[in-house]
Design a protein around this ligand. Structure first.
Ligand SMILES: [Zn+2]
Length: 67
């Protein structure tokens, strides 16, 4: 899948931010729920929550998958 015009990561300025999709508990897909930096040394993640809230996180090197 090739996505044109990916936004650059504002944090490291090297990686691109790629959209990630998620699913609700009901199984409804939520496209672009989160954006993650492709730079493995950066690990910048933006999560879009409901009601226009945006959560900015940084994944630690212990890449524990959150459920
Ligand atoms: Zn980055």
């Amino acid at each position: 899948m090739v996505l044109p015009n990916l936004p650059k990561c504002q944090r490291c300025g090297k990686g691109d931010l790629v959209p990630l999709s998620d699913y609700t508990r009901e199984g409804t897909p939520i496209p672009y729920k989160a954006w993650a930096c492709t730079n493995p040394k950066c690990r910048f993640v933006i999560k879009i929550r409901g009601k226009g809230e945006v959560e900015i996180t940084e994944s630690s090197d212990k890449s524990n998958e959150q459920k």
